[in-house]
Design a protein around this ligand. Structure first.
Ligand code: GRF
Length: 220
């Protein structure tokens, strides 16, 4: 399965996907990394991993989002992806993109949606003093962080735990959830409404480190 990844930051989610694929746990090949942030960590990791296409697409001065999305769409379509993964991608993908890949764009969001949508999700949850935090993968639609939920993983927030520490622990859960979601796509088990068909489970797979105090199950 051909996967195109969009990222804007460190690229640790991209790296997790590459590592799980290299370990044979994810039957997918990342053939494109595109970013709006030239030189970001994801670009460095993509080059090191020899991803065939690494495309830096900074937004041009005065460029409308529609015009930007048209350039991004061209870049994506050139790679003919079976799945588009937003891995720490900070721009909103518009209807030109969501319309071109219906049911085939996945995002990882660092909160238990529908709670704490948008930017700074972990900071929102931390400020709200939640007892349980976590992350979600979902299909991307035109509604921000609102598409059908695919997988969620949670963890108990420790008393007095700082924001940094919580972000780190959630990020580790993301590094399980995103590759797991991509593998479910590779197995053709994800319906357009987000329902997941039964099949092989990852629970009990050797080498899957769950963050301490984390909760992840496979109810499918
Ligand atoms: C992280 O905050 C993660 O929660 C969110 O995007 C940010 C960057 O992650 N999904 P990455 O290290 O660039 O994958």
């Amino acid at each position: 399965m051909r996967v195109a990844v969009l990222a804007s930051g460190h690229g640790s989610n991209l790296q997790a996907l590459l590592d799980h694929a290299a370990a044979g746990r994810v039957q997918a090949k990342v053939t494109l990394l595109a970013t709006d942030k030239p030189g970001c960590g994801a670009v460095v990791r993509a080059r090191k991993a020899k991803i065939p296409a690494v495309v830096e697409l900074p937004k041009e001065k005065g460029e409308t989002s529609q015009a930007y999305d048209a350039r991004l769409l061209e870049t994506l379509q050139a790679e003919r992806p079976d799945l588009v993964v937003l891995a720490g991608y900070m721009r909103i993908v518009g209807p030109a993109i969501t319309g071109a890949f219906p049911g085939r764009i996945v995002n990882i969001h660092p909160s238990l949606l529908p709670g704490f949508r948008g930017l700074g999700a972990v900071a929102q949850a931390h400020a709200a003093r939640v007892k349980v935090a976590g992350c979600t993968t979902h299909l991307v639609t035109d509604e921000l962080d609102g598409g059908p939920i695919l997988l969620q993983a949670a963890l108990l927030v420790r008393d007095g735990e700082g924001l940094e520490r919580l972000q780190q622990r959630i990020l580790r859960l993301e590094h399980l959830l995103l590759p797991r979601t991509v593998q479910l796509f590779a197995e053709g088990r994800i319906a357009p409404d987000g329902r997941i068909a039964p099949g092989p489970s990852w629970l009990g797979l050797p080498g899957l480190d769950l963050a301490s105090g984390a909760m992840y199950g496979e109810g499918f």
